[in-house]
Every structure is written in C-alpha cells, then in structure tokens.
Design a protein around this ligand. Structure first.
Ligand code: ZN
Length: 506
C-alpha cells in the first residue's frame, strides 16, 4: 500500500517537527543564554528539513499513488482527508520561494533584538524600519499564498484557516456592541478588593497547588510535566509527552495559577487526541510546520480559555476548591472567604498591556491589533502613523490615554518575529470557548460534575467533541458537529454579561 508508505513519510515529518519542538522547549526553559545563537540555527535547519521532506519528489510520487488507491473511499474518510491535507500543504509550500522563508527567519532574529532595545527605551522610531521590512515581506508572502478579497486573509490562513477580514468584521461588531456598555457600566461601580492577592506567596506552594488543579482538570502528568519559563507556553512531542510551563510572581498569586490552568487547557487538547492519529497529518500542522494536534490556533485557544476562565474563574470552581487553597496559604488568605476570592480574581480593570488584561477587556486588545494589522498590510495605514492610530483605538475602546509606546505599540513580541496575522485566534478562542461550554453544560453529567468539583465529565465531553478529532475536521466543521452551528458569539456574550452583572451588581 502506497498510502501506508505516505503515512510513514508523514510520520518522519512529524518526528522532525517534534525534535524541533524539543529543542525549542529546551531553549525556553533550560538552555543557558550562550546557546541562543547556535540553537536558532538548529531550529531553522530542522524546520527546513521538515519542509523539504514534505515537498520532495518522493512524497509527491507516494501521494499520487495513495490518492489513486483511496479514490473510491468516502470523501470524508480519514485516508482521503489525509491525502487532501498533504496535497494542500505541498501546494502551499511550493508557492512560497525558499528565499522568502529564509528572509523571514533572518528578519525574525534581527527584529527581536531591535525590538527588545526599542521597547526598553520606548523608542518606536528605531523599530519602525524593521516593522516596515516585516510588512513588506508579509505582503510578498500574501501574494504568494493567494487570496480573494484582502491580503491579510492570506496571512491569517496559516493560523486560522477560513477566517478573513470580511468574516471578522461582523464578529468584532457584535463583540464591541456587547462589551463597550458592560465595561462602561462597570467603570461606575465599586471594584472588588484584591489586596490579599498581593502578598508573599511561596513559589513552591504556588506551583504545587497549580499542578494539583491541572491534574484535577485532566492533565496527565505521566505524559506531561510543568516547568518554569519567562513567557508561558504549552508544547507537545506527540500526545505521549505534552509539557506546560508557567511563571511565578512570589507577590501576586493569580499569575501562576491562572497561567497554569490556561496551559492545561492547551495540553489536554493534545493529550486526548485520538492515539491512532499519532505521527499522522491529523496531528501535524503541515502548513505552519508544527507538531500539533489542534485544528487551528483559535480552536486551541478555546480549550485554554475554557479551563482558565469558564471553569477556573467560575464561582462554582472556588466554592469547592477554595478550602484547599486557603489550607495551602493559611496566613495570606486569613479571613478571606471563597466569595471574596472569586470576586477578586474577576476584577475588571482596563489597562494598557494585553497579556495582563482581564477577561472582559481582553478582546479589545485583540480587535485593535487585528484592525491595525489589516490596515498596515493593505497600506491604508502607514508605519509612521501607527502609534497615533494605536493610541486612538485604546482611547476609544478602553478610555485610556497611552502615556508612551512601551505601554502601547511596542509591547508585543509578535511583529519582531516577522509574523503578521496571528492575533485573531485569541478572540476566536474566547468566542468558541463560550459556545462549547454552553453546549457541554446541556449534558447532565457535565453539570453534575461541575457542581461537585468532578471535572472528568467535562474533559470527556471535550475529548468526544473536540480533542480526539485532532485536525480531521476544519474548525467550523468541528463546531457544527459539536454545537449544531458555526462560530456564534452570543454564548460568549451571555456568559460575560451574566457573570459580570452578578459581580458588579449591574
Ligand atoms: Zn493560549
């Protein structure tokens, strides 16, 4: 069977990408700083090898034969789906000249350095030429990838296939319409107290508690581990080894706790992918070249947001788990009850920094970035005018005056890595989490579990409807199968409205 030979070859691509990820994990957790330069080369080499193995003549011969062998199977069979995905990925990579890929890697390493210095000094002008170069490169990429309406659509394709400027406009309009009045109304109310979160919390105990909660939510530590890092992430080397990382602030407890719950959601997605898909294209992103089983960045983010916000920041969760937290930190939390704690970890406070923003204002940070990126790519906004446009959006959405570019346009690492088009998945993930959680709660077992701090039924529901499918279905197909419709923001808005009305007495 040539189909089996094709699968084995795709397994080798997956092996290369898993090895690349392993070096990446090491670079972000254990590697001494001196290793950075040569490690960057090793990472780039492995990715190029994976790409070349994928598009090689031998792969294409096997693919032709496998397609012929499987032509009589149903169109949605695993075999035909895999052939289609491999064909699509080869076509994609052959459209992008190697020189362009190389240029992006180069600008990525140069950009990080320039950006880090510019951010430190609040000096946008010194970063502007790199950004200009990055945008030009991404415009070239968009032309190679191809698009119908907007060049930005081509750039989002790698992260959120199917999403376009045109599909995002009504989604963002719906979110803005619902969120703006909520944030304004909350601004006039008294904020919950949070002083008790800002106390010395021993690091070891924070990590111990966070990992305990991660296990409770379904994270299998026989196939995973938790380490410290600067910018937390989840990474997998097949479903059998899925690692998470976190950062700990010894004076601000929510950071490691909710950060860990977030990465746990990502990890559980990977750990419960169908074992039969291991090393196949259904557990490999052949377009972006990552060893990942989630179907899109947004779908992945839906699982992390689900655990972090819908479960981890719910009243029910703390009614049951707060006792254990207080036993872990008896002095710090003396006199604080579960209700007070729950309110504190849901405090809304519009701020300048995306990664520090609360559940309710987070999407504003994303919407402004997506809008500005699309305008930069189509040329309707110039690099010189970007800071002013950024600050105007922050004023419009969050009512804040940005004091300097460090707290504004220079805060994200994304552009310095040469990437444009990566932001929308965060909001897609939020919306999708709301939709999936509402559907899951129609299940009696899931509801009973949440009410008794027994999270296996929820995890099993998500595995049945999301995790196990890996990349077999598109995000929209997955949603339609799970909830009966494509992406729909009303569930997410209802969740936010109900929760924050209760907390703030709206
Ligand atoms: Zn995430």
């Amino acid at each position: 069977m040539k189909y089996n030979a094709l699968l084995e070859r795709m397994g080798e691509v997956n092996d290369l990408l898993c090895s690349q990820s392993m070096l990446d994990w090491d670079a972000r957790t254990m590697m001494p700083p001196g290793g950075a330069h040569t490690r960057a080369k090793q990472l780039a080499t492995l990715k190029v090898f994976a790409r070349n193995h994928l598009v090689a003549d031998e792969t294409r011969r096997l693919l032709d034969a496998a397609e012929a062998e499987t032509v009589n199977l149903p169109g949605d069979s695993v075999e035909r789906t895999i052939c289609t995905q491999v064909r699509e990925a080869i076509d994609y990579h052959l459209r992008i000249p190697a020189a362009l890929v190389h240029k992006r890697t180069e600008i990525g390493s140069k950009g990080q350095h320039v950006w880090a210095k510019a951010r430190q000094e609040g000096d946008y002008a010194s970063f502007a030429p790199v950004l200009e170069e990055t945008l030009e490169l991404n415009r070239e990429m968009a032309e190679c990838i191809g698009y119908e309406a907007h060049p930005y659509d081509a750039l989002m394709y790698r992260f959120e296939p199917g999403e376009t400027v045109a599909t995002l406009q009504p989604l963002f309009a719906a979110l803005r319409g619902g969120l703006l009045p909520l944030v304004q109304a909350i601004g006039e109310k008294k904020a919950p107290r949070v002083d008790f979160l800002q106390r010395p919390f021993p690091v070891e105990k924070q990590l111990e508690f966070a990992l305990k909660m991660a296990r409770k939510l379904g994270y299998d530590t026989d196939r995973g581990r938790l380490d410290l890092t600067v910018h937390p992430f989840e990474i997998s080397f097949t479903r059998n080894d899925v690692r998470i990382t976190t950062r700990v602030n010894d004076e601000w407890m929510p950071k490691s706790l909710f950060g860990t719950l977030h990465e746990t959601g990502h990890a559980v997605y990977e750990q419960y992918c169908d074992p039969a898909y291991t090393r196949t294209p259904l557990a490999t992103d052949l377009i972006g070249l990552y060893a990942v089983g989630g179907v899109s960045f947004g779908a992945h983010e839906s699982q992390s947001r689900l655990f972090e916000n819908h479960v981890g920041r719910s009243r029910e969760f703390w009614e049951h788990n707060y006792g254990e937290l207080r036993d872990t930190f008896p002095e710090q939390l003396a006199g604080i009850d579960a209700e007070t704690f729950w309110r504190a970890v849901n405090r809304v406070e519009p701020g300048f920094i995306r990664v520090e923003s609360d559940e309710l204002t987070y999407d504003f940070h994303i919407m402004l970035r997506v809008d500005l990126e699309a305008s930069l790519i189509d040329g309707s906004l110039s690099v010189a005018d970007l800071p002013e446009a950024w600050n105007a959006k922050v004023k419009e959405y969050l009512g804040l005056d940005v004091p300097n570019d460090r707290l504004g346009v220079l805060q994200d690492v994304h552009w310095s890595s040469g990437q444009v088009g990566t932001f929308c998945n965060y909001t897609i993930g939020n919306v999708m989490a709301g939709q999936l959680f509402a559907e899951a709660k129609k299940d009696e077992r899931v509801r009973a579990g949440l009410a008794t701090a027994e999270y296996a039924p929820l995890r099993e529901w998500m595995t049945e409807h999301v995790h196990r499918h890996g990349r077999r279905y598109t995000r929209e197909q997955l949603l339609e199968r799970a909830t009966g419709q494509g992406l729909e923001p009303s569930f997410y808005m209802e969740h936010l409205s109900a929760k924050y009305s209760e907390i703030y007495g709206l």
